[in-house]
Write a protein that binds this ligand. Structure first.
Ligand SMILES: [Fe+2]
Length: 237
């Protein structure tokens, strides 16, 4: 596996949680760009990566970053590690029992009025726009135990298309929630073997799930490497 210096450049971690206001801007922020840009990613609790490959990066603790924009200005920045059992073991052991054992360090979703930090299959965590961890999802109850980090929102209907892949049976479930987060479709898709499902796509009428050939990455998990594509009509198998 190629060596990467994870402590410099785009992957470099930060060591502290900070709150900044009135950020210096290089260039121009559009006057009508109002809102908050959220970014998720692995950031070790020690503030420094130990290894030098992708498996030293990907599993590290989730940290969210938020930059606020208003009226042509970058009005604020803050960052927080997500409050999980992993975080509490390092910073607040008494809080461990009250926090979720998950590490959603991949993506951020805003849907049905809820901001969710997402992992590649584990339980999502609800957060506020100021990056306070709220805990388990309040609006997407069908996904409380786990979901993909790469769901897709239909901009026309507000529906959310998603899946959950697992090394334990059922190996693949496909779901749809309505614009309020209420699950309207939940079906099992039969596979010949488990597969490292990573992403999906949607069309106006179908969801397309790509099944990856993963024997190189997970040699013990794939008894019979499987590659292909399957599609599910939005509302049925
Ligand atoms: Fe991903």
């Amino acid at each position: 596996m190629a060596a990467i210096d994870l402590n410099v450049g785009a992957t470099a971690p930060v060591t502290d949680e900070v709150d900044l206001v009135d950020l210096a801007v290089t260039g121009t922020v559009p006057q009508d760009l109002n809102g908050i840009l959220l970014r998720n990613g692995p950031n070790p609790l020690s503030g420094r990566f130990d290894g030098n490959d992708v498996l030293s990066w990907w599993p590290e603790a989730a940290m969210l970053h938020a930059i606020s924009f208003q009226d042509g200005r970058a009005t604020g920045y803050c960052n927080r590690w997500l409050r999980t059992q992993r975080w509490a073991h390092a910073h607040n052991p008494d809080a461990v029992p009250s926090l979720l054992d998950t590490n959603p360090n991949v993506n951020v979703l805003y849907h049905a009025g809820e901001i969710l930090a997402l992992s590649e299959g584990g339980a999502p965590l609800a957060v506020t726009a100021k990056l306070e961890t709220l805990g388990t999802t309040r609006r997407h109850l069908g996904q409380a135990d786990g979901m993909t980090a790469h769901p897709k929102v239909d901009p026309r209907t507000g529906e959310l298309m998603l899946f959950r892949a697992d090394w334990k049976k059922p190996w693949l479930r496909y779901g749809v929630t309505d614009a309020n987060g209420v699950q309207s479709v939940d079906i099992e898709i039969e596979l010949a073997s488990p597969s490292m499902m990573h992403d999906m796509a949607i069309t106006a009428t179908r969801s397309i799930l790509t099944l990856h050939l993963t024997s190189r990455c997970y040699p013990t998990a794939i008894a019979c490497p499987y590659a292909g594509m399957t599609s599910a009509r939005r509302g049925s198998a």
